[in-house]
Every structure is written in C-alpha cells, then in structure tokens.
Design a protein around this ligand. Sequence first.
Ligand code: SF4
Length: 371
Amino acid sequence: MKYLDEYRDGRAAREFAKAIARVVTRPWIIMEVCGGQTHAIVKFGVDELLPKEITLLHGPGCPVCVTPVELIDKAVEIASRPGVIFASFGDMLRVPGTSGDLLSVKASGGDVRIVYSPLDALKIARENPEKEIVFFAVGFETTAPANAMAAVQAKQMELKNFSLLVSHVLVPPAIEAILSFSDNRVQGFLAAGHVCAVMGYTEYEPIASNYHVPIIVAGFEPVDILQGIYMCVRQLEEGRATVENQYSRVVNRAGNLPAQKLMREVFRVIPRKWRGIGEIPFSGLGLEGEYKFFDAELRFDLAGRSVEEASECISGLILRGVKKPPECPAFAARCNPEHPLGATMVSSEGACAAYYRYRRFQPLSDNSIIG
Ligand code: SF4
C-alpha cells in the first residue's frame, strides 16, 4: 500500500536504527509528543531498535488523557439532565470523573450517544428540536477546525438547541511547559505530524531557539519515527537546535491556512487546565464572540467550577515524561482497561493503554518489525 507499507518496512527501519547508532556518542532523551506515535513505538518495538544511549519518553499528546477531571464532571452533570442528548467520541465515555463517567450516565438512562464527527451531533440537533444537544468538543489543533465548522453551521442554521462543551488544547504551550518544569529531562522532541498539518510549524521555531531544543515534525509509522529520531540525534550531537520536517509528504511550514482562519473566527486562545499537569497559560481554545452562544458551560451555568484530581493515578508524571507506565504502582494491577483509574489507561492513544496492550507480558509485541 502506497504511503504505508514503505513506512512499516523492517529493513528501512533497521537502516535508520544503524544510522542512529553510527552518529550517537552519548545519552540523549527524546520525547514523542503524540499518543499515536507512542502506540506505534510500543506496538512495533521501535524503542527496542534504538541504541542504549537513546531514551524515549512519552508526551502529553493524547486529547482524552489531558481533558481535566472538572470537564468530565461537567459532561456528566450535563448528560444527566433531563431533555439533554449528550454526543461524544467513544473514548470519552469511560474517562473517570470524580464521581462517575459518561458510560454510567448512559447505563442509568441518560441519552449519551457516540458520534464520529461534530456534524453527526448537528444532525441529531436538527432531528430533535425539543431536546438540548451538547457535543463534547475535545482534542488538539487537529479536531478544532471541524468543531469550529460545526459552530459556524449551527449559527447559519440558527440552531438554538445545540452547544459545545469545549476542551481544546494546544501543543506548543505544552512543550514549553514541559521544558519549564524543574524536573524536565527532555532534550529533543518529535512533534505530532497531524497537528502540524493544520498549524504548520512556525510556532515551534521560537521554542527550539529559546530553549535550545531540536524539534522534528514527524509522522506516525515506525520508519517516520526512526527517521525523526535520527534527525533529532544528529542535531543534538552537532549542538544544533532547529525545527526540521520529517513529515514533508503531509506537512508544510505554513500549514492549512483556511483551517487556521476558521479556528480564529470561532475560538480564542485561553488558559486551560491539563489533567495531571495543571493550568498552562495560552494552551487552550474557548468559543469567541458571537459563538459564545454555543458554549455549553455558559448555557448550563457551569463556568468557573473547579475540582481537585485524585492522587492515586500518576498520569500527570507520565504525560510530562517523568515516569513510564510500568513505574506506576497501580499499572496492570488495580488499574487496567476494565477498571481504569486514569485517562491514560482508557484512551486508545494513552501511554498506559499502549503498555498494557503490547508490553504487559512480553518485552516485544508480536507486531514488532525488528524480526
Ligand atoms: S496505570 Fe492507571 S493509575 Fe497508573 S498512571 Fe496509568 S492510568 Fe494512572
């Protein structure tokens, strides 16, 4: 298959691994930002191909994982109200809030529906004018344009019974926050290719320069990731710190300008809380101007509420790259996909779920390309 098989090719992967081994002279710590990259690394055994000098840490790029508890609580509260149809991506249903999740609301009779696009939620709103339809708008810069389009269409259709519970987060401020923590160990980043397909990568250039850290825009297949690591290690070894684009078949420097324009029309940049990490300035999106009409927090009078997170789950340390999932005392014991204690075990992009799925029993997955 064009653009897939060649990026899962074991021989090409091993060649990049050898190239990394040839250039590396000392230990380096690199973080892959995106949960999709984490899953590819663990599933295909990419980390097992690397020379011992290279440590990969897993980053905060899983939208389900970083949605704060208080927004889950708000979702649960809205979904529990009579006359509401709550529409959400499936991954969000099992993320625990302080006293339950959306799945338990559904089990006790709440009208919680899984949708695959915000436009599905708009359709439900048109078909059910007597109900309030709320869409849980989570995600990074990748999902924001589609959610912005839903708000634009709702406005054009003059839908009064549609709103968005917005939990959008932005990647560059999270990278800066990680670099600013006193216990940060990350020396180079693989940035998420699909985020950069929308936003381009100019936002990363001042970060690379100010923190003297290489940032490589990378794809999601094993060869993409290994090539990205090779590009990152070369910069580290040469003392350079710039943004380079491994994923040029999809990403250009400016990104998708119409999508960015749409996002700017509907959203404005606000501070956002990240689950397990805390509030990061300028790291989220909230509805702007006339689109505030579609803000579910305002419509259901839930703005300004805040709750503390339970302490047993250490997903904040995992999302910041301080620890790996097997280092959590609850991993695969009290915490598992049937009884998750944290969102990183629930989400299909979560690091804990990746290790549970592919590394629980054997060091390498059966899908390993190492062969
Ligand atoms: S294993 Fe469970 S409790 Fe531990 S960090 Fe992951 S999600 Fe949280």
